[in-house]
Structure formats: structure tokens, C-alpha cells
Design a protein around this ligand. Structure first.
Ligand SMILES: C[S@@+](CC[C@H](N)C(=O)[O-])C[C@H]1O[C@@H](n2cnc3c(N)ncnc32)[C@H](O)[C@@H]1O
Length: 382
């Protein structure tokens, strides 16, 4: 078993954490697990259906060893990545990095960072192979040893990244607020955080948080949805959006005895680095129309789990949604009219913070995924 410093960063969240969390997690991914088959729960083991057709097509080109050591809980690869610099936090053996490598194209760049040498070593071994499969003259990927809590130490400069992704990693961090601060720092203005992770409907008992197996399986450190909302706001993010959610089951008898009372879910979250975002949705009478031009999204585009934009159909949106559509890489694909010169009060957005543990964002009715078809919701964003 690897011997590592217990807290090399000296950073902790407000709640006291088990002293050896990072070391436990590194041992779990470096020594205990040899592949997805060794996992005891479905938490770090993605439902393949969550991947878009575009992503599934690229996955067919990724080396089997990389796929066998995939421990993600979603598919955090948003559209429109061509030419982007993408940073994957806790990249493991690089599955999402290699998919992103194809999606960003030869002009784009992908950086993966992970603290477990055994994981990074696999990713590095396949860099040249994957570049060749994608038809690139040289890899557009770089895999760094490092901590997601201290991206500066890994050489990642302020405002240098277009999109930060992460798949089932932030739950493992003993300093989650610091992670969200670092992400905010490294993103360019208008850049996007898009990540999948395990969430819980309550704070876990202290013993469960420090149980090495529960922690390693992405349950012990799972974010209580309401604490996530608070923590993100404290780290400077005024708004975020849920993209979708699926339940995580705990079938192992021993683990169920410890956390069977908790409802875990895997969720994908989107948040933009925009100074113009407010902590609640405000009504400025702005209207957005989707042009139908994002590749793979001819007839509609889902900004989040309750904003489906039908191609060509105007929709009244709050100031935050207008900013997300007009001040980011999505801007060329939307026509957003109106500005913030006139204010019509708060935007009717239902409850703030779902009572069902949905952990509402600034614009969230807490009801979950958008219905298919026309939401008939032109009077409000929710
Ligand atoms: C559940 S695995 C997910 C790996 C990868 N994202 C995937 O989808 O296969 C968690 C990964 O995060 C890494 N990790 C956990 N905490 C970390 C931290 N604080 N800094 C850097 N990497 C970390 C682990 O080494 C491990 O490779």
C-alpha cells in the first residue's frame, strides 16, 4: 500500500474531516480497485445510456483497458466543445479525456488531472494510441499528477480553461469548497463547469463519512444537495442548473446497513462563470429563441432539466438564463432580445431549494426532468 502524507494540502471543509481521507481514496483507486467489476455499489459506475449518441460513437474508439477502469457516474460532456480547452478533474484512466480529445478536435486541448499515479499511468500509456485513432499528428491531451483542490500547483493558470468537467470525483474531496473556488479561478469568463457526481438527500452520519469503503465508493463524501447549493454560492457561483438525475442503489448488505436510510442519486450539473448572474431569477422581459444550429440538436436544446428551447419558438427567460445563452459559447445559437434596462420584479420560479432534497438552483421548481415536447411555458422560465 502506498504511503502518502495524510493532508498534503492542509485544507479542509468547515466540518472536521477524517485525517487520512486523501490517502484512503488514493489507496482505493490505486490498489483496491483493479477495474469497474470490483466496485461494491453502482455509485461510481455509470449508466451507459446517459451518454449522448455523439459520445457513444467516440467511446467505440477508446481502448478497452481505459473503459474497464472507468469509475464515473455520468457522462459530463456537454455539446459545442470544438476548439475548446477542457480540464477533467480526477480524470482517472482518461476515458472522458479521450472522448473530449475527439470532440475538441485537433485545435482543442484536453488536460486531465488526478492524484493517483496508477490511474494517470494508464491514461498516459494510451495517449499516443488514441491520438493516432483520432487521426491527430500529435496528442492534444496532457495528464497531470495533482490535486483538484490546488490546480495552481499543477500549473493551471487563471482564466485559461473553456470547460471544466468531472465525473464522480468532487464527492471524494475533503475540501469541496476549495475545489469550486479553483474551478472558478481557472475558467475563462463565460466558461462552463459541467460535472456528474453523487448527491445525498441528507448529511451522512460521521461514521459513514469516514468509512474507507463508503468513501471510496463515492457514497461517504456524497454532497447533501442543500449543502452543495450553499457551498457553491460561498465559492462565488451565483447560479447553477441540474441537467438530470438518476437513483444510485446500495445493494451490498454491509454498506446498506450503514447508509440504507439515505437516498443517493447521480446528478449532472452545469454552471457558468458569469459576473452577471444573480442569486435568484429576475424578470427583465427578455426573450430567447433557439436557432436549431447546435450539432445534434436540430429540433430542441435543453439548457437544463426545466428549460427546453424548441427551435424557432420564442420563450420568456429570466436574466440568468438570458446571460447563460448570450454570454457563453452558446451565444451564436440563440437570439436573445432585451437587456436589463427595465426590471419587472422576481421571475416566477416556484420554490427555491426543493423540499424533496432536489437542492434548487436560482431557477428551479424542484420537480426534476423536463417533460418531452412543448413545455408550453412561455410565461416563466420554470
Ligand atoms: C471515482 S474515480 C473517477 C475517475 C474518472 N473520472 C472516471 O470517470 O473513470 C475518482 C478519481 O478521482 C481521483 N481523485 C479523488 N480525489 C482527488 C483529489 N483530491 N485530487 C485529485 N484526484 C482525486 C482518484 O484518484 C480517482 O482516479
Amino acid at each position: 500500500m502506498a504511503t502518502v502524507a495524510t493532508d498534503p494540502l492542509g485544507i479542509r471543509d468547515a466540518l472536521p474531516q477524517p485525517p487520512d481521507t486523501l490517502a484512503q481514496v488514493r489507496d482505493y483507486y490505486g490498489s483496491t480497485l483493479q477495474g469497474s467489476k470490483d466496485l461494491k455499489t453502482s455509485a461510481c459506475c455509470c449508466a451507459p445510456d446517459s451518454a449522448s449518441p455523439e459520445v457513444r460513437e467516440v467511446l467505440a474508439l477508446v481502448a478497452p483497458e481505459v473503459l474497464e477502469r472507468f469509475y464515473g457516474c455520468g457522462s459530463p460532456l456537454p455539446p459545442l466543445l470544438e476548439g475548446c480547452t477542457v480540464l477533467d478533474l480526477g480524470c482517472g484512466t482518461g476515458r472522458d479525456c479521450f472522448v473530449a480529445s475527439k470532440l475538441v478536435g485537433p485545435q482543442g486541448h484536453v488536460i486531465g488531472i488526478d492524484m493517483t499515479p496508477e490511474q494517470i499511468a494508464v491514461a498516459r500509456r494510451y495517449e499516443a494510441v488514441q491520438a493516432e485513432r483520432f487521426g491527430y499528428a500529435a496528442p492534444n491531451t496532457a495528464f497531470l499528477d495533482g490535486y483538484i483542490e490546488d490546480l495552481a500547483a499543477a500549473g493551471i493558470a487563471d482564466g485559461s480553461v473553456d470547460v471544466v468537467i468531472s465525473n464522480c470525483v468532487i464527492n471524494l474531496s475533503p475540501a469541496k469548497e476549495q475545489v469550486f473556488r479553483e474551478i472558478y479561478r481557472v475558467l475563462k469568463p463565460g466558461g462552463e463547469l459541467y460535472f456528474s457526481d453523487v448527491f445525498a438527500d441528507r448529511r451522512l452520519p460521521r461514521e459513514a463519512q469516514s468509512d474507507p469503503v463508503l468513501r471510496g465508493e463515492c457514497l461517504g463524501g456524497a454532497l447533501y444537495a442543500e449543502d452543495f447549493r450553499r457551498l457553491l454560492a460561498r465559492a462565488g457561483w451565483a447560479d447553477f442548473r441540474y441537467m438530470g438525475s438518476s437513483p444510485v442503489s446500495v445493494d451490498d448488505g454491509e454498506l446498506y446497513a450503514k447508509v440504507g436510510m439515505v437516498a443517493f442519486s447521480s446528478r449532472t450539473v452545469r454552471a457558468f462563470k458569469l459576473d452577471s448572474l444573480e442569486d435568484l431569477c429576475e424578470d427583465y422581459g427578455q426573450v430567447a429563441v433557439y436557432k436549431g444550429t447546435i450539432p445534434g440538436f436540430l429540433h430542441h436544446f435543453d439548457l437544463d432539466d426545466h428549460h427546453r428551447f424548441l427551435t424557432g419558438k420564442p420563450r420568456l427567460v429570466c436574466g440568468n438564463t438570458a446571460a447563460m445563452l448570450s454570454e457563453t459559447r452558446f451565444a451564436p445559437h440563440f437570439c436573445v432580445t432585451g437587456d436589463r434596462s427595465a426590471h419587472y420584479g422576481a421571475f416566477a420560479c416556484g420554490t427555491f431549494g426543493g423540499s424533496d432534497g432536489h437542492g434548487g438552483s436560482a431557477c428551479d421548481n424542484g420537480v426534476g426532468p423536463v417533460a418531452t415536447g412543448d413545455p408550453e411555458n412561455n410565461g416563466g422560465c420554470c
